[in-house]
Design a protein. Structure first.
Length: 182
C-alpha cells in the first residue's frame, strides 16, 4: 500500500550543546509523530549540505511552549545547527485522518471544489500555505485567478471531504476579484 508524505515539523534553533533542537510544529499530534523511535524523512532547504536523509527520534520534551527533540543522528550543537530549517516528514496511510474532526491533512483538502455560501462554484483548492497565524488555501478560479483564503472557521465554515467540496464565505478581493481588478 502506498503512503502519503505529511510535513509534521521544521527543525529550529539548537537548544544546549548535545544536539537537542527546537521544533516548529506542523502537526496537532506531536506525541504521535515524534514518539521515541519514529523515523522521519527530511526535506532540506535549497543549498543545504545536511548529510542525513532521515532522522530518528530519541526523545522529546516540552520547554515552556516549545517542543524540544533529540535525534540519534544529532549529537552536538554543530549537528543541530546544520539541521536548522530542515522539514520533517512522516509517511501516513492515505485513508488515515487526524484524531480531531476539525483537522485535515493537506492531501485531503487540495483538489476540493470550493463553493460560496450560496452554492456557486468558485474554483478548486490548488495549494495550502502553512503560516504562523493560520494556513492559507489557494483557490484557483476557472479563469485562472488565484485567491488566498485564510483557513479559519469564519471564512471556511464547511469542509466535506466525502463530497469533495468546501464552502468559502467569499468577500470581494478574497477569491472573487474586486470590481477594479476585474
Amino acid at each position: 500500500m502506498s503512503t502519503i508524505d505529511v510535513v509534521v515539523g521544521r527543525i529550529g534553533k539548537p537548544h544546549g550543546i548535545r544536539g537537542e533542537v527546537t521544533l516548529d510544529l506542523r502537526t496537532d499530534e506531536p506525541e504521535r509523530r515524534f514518539a521515541a523511535g519514529a523515523t522521519l524523512e527530511l526535506q532540506k532547504p535549497t543549498g543545504s549540505a545536511f548529510p542525513h536523509r532521515t532522522l530518528t527520534v530519541t526523545r522529546t520534551r516540552w520547554h515552556q511552549t516549545r517542543l524540544l527533540a533529540t535525534f540519534e543522528e544529532l549529537t552536538t550543537r554543530n549537528d543541530a545547527e546544520a539541521a536548522r530549517g530542515v522539514m520533517l516528514v512522516a509517511s501516513v496511510d492515505p485513508d488515515e485522518t487526524p484524531e480531531d474532526p476539525d483537522e485535515y491533512y493537506d492531501h485531503q483538502i487540495v483538489g476540493l471544489a470550493a463553493y460560496d455560501v450560496d452554492g456557486r462554484e468558485l474554483g478548486v483548492v490548488t495549494a495550502i500555505a502553512h503560516g504562523g497565524a493560520q494556513d492559507l488555501l489557494t483557490v484557483t478560479t476557472p479563469d485562472g485567478h488565484e485567491g488566498l483564503v485564510p483557513f479559519v472557521k469564519a471564512l471556511v465554515p464547511e469542509v466535506d471531504i466525502a463530497a469533495g467540496r468546501l464552502v468559502v464565505a467569499d468577500r470581494p478581493g478574497l477569491v472573487t476579484p474586486l470590481e477594479d481588478d476585474a
